[in-house]
Design a protein around this ligand. Sequence first.
Ligand SMILES: [Mg+2]
Length: 404
Amino acid sequence: MPKITDIQTIRTRKNGTWVFVKVLTDQPGLYGIGSASDHYHARTVITAVETIAPKLIGREAGHIEDNWQTVYTSAYWRNGSILNTALAGIDMALWDIKGKEAGMPVYQLLGGPTRAAVMAYAHASGEDLTELEDDVRRYIEEGYQVIRCQLGQYGGGGFIPAAEARMPKNLHGQATAFDDEAYLETLPKMFAYLRDKIGFGPKLTHDVHEHLKPHNAVTLAKLLEPYRLFFLEDLLSPEQVGWYRLVRQQCTTPQAMGELFINPHEWTPLITERLIDFVRVRVSKGGGITQCRKIAALCEWFGVQTAWQEGGDNDPVNQMAAVHLDLSSTSFGVQEENHFAPEEYDIFPGHAILEGGYLYANHSPGLGIDVDEAKAYAILNPELATQSFYMAEDRRSDGSIVRP
Ligand SMILES: [Mg+2]
């Protein structure tokens, strides 16, 4: 049985925001790859992996569950974003090793495929309704069945220009203000327009990015009910999930939540009380395949579906881990898509293929994806990688922050 001999990190993407864990074993050529990317704290995650590594060196690579529990409890405090990410990177690499050892793809180890391919949803957006409609139609033509519809970026549809926002006289340098009522006015009109133009065939979603105050979030869910969304995403911030009970009492709009979740106490009540319809934990932030396969199993018993988070800053290895879970989980609902640059895809031989609204895995043993380290380092801009990155900052008319 292979034993862990070393745990290394690989940092890449032009700006250095992708981090991968490489677990090496005492068997020649047998290693595993996992995703430990954190757009805002790449260097912190690398330090966490380096701190954890000595605890695992010399242990059996195949004792995945025991290794997971060992790392999970090794810092006493647990369920934090950074340590979960480091743990997930190691965990994915151990599943990759076990698959290579068995000569099977990870989805086979997880019980075998329950579907032929993974239905993905597209991200359509536009600065106005016609632009959005064009983008939605483009994705329909590409084969997508589920399409997320946004007006611009985070909070789009809820911003009013500074000149109209009646800001305090001592507030300067803020070009727009997010306004709950503006958002409540815009979004129902957006879906009325789209349903009028494209009908009820395409499955549509929308991401609120947690921008609304809780009582307005309940109102929005109710106002959108006639447009029969596939799901409404991130209606509430993680701190306000108790309001999902009111949403359930008020309307049938399906709810997707959880991309900011890192703690079982966040997702367990929402699943077991059937307060959401789709759980959206990011595989690496939830603690890897070991943790997320348990979430998927929990979802099955309560009729909740999985929609593991991907999107902008995620990486092809985390995407591949999600695809293996998607293929093998009965509770799978839909998978968020990613788009990577050609030179980025080139770093990851075996990456998932996105075509006609479906993601396809290959049938190679393990996760089926590798990191070409020479290409990974060639693309990295060391100067950019020293910069700090921060979440976009939206504010209301009085200058107070909108919690994303
Ligand atoms: Mg979201």
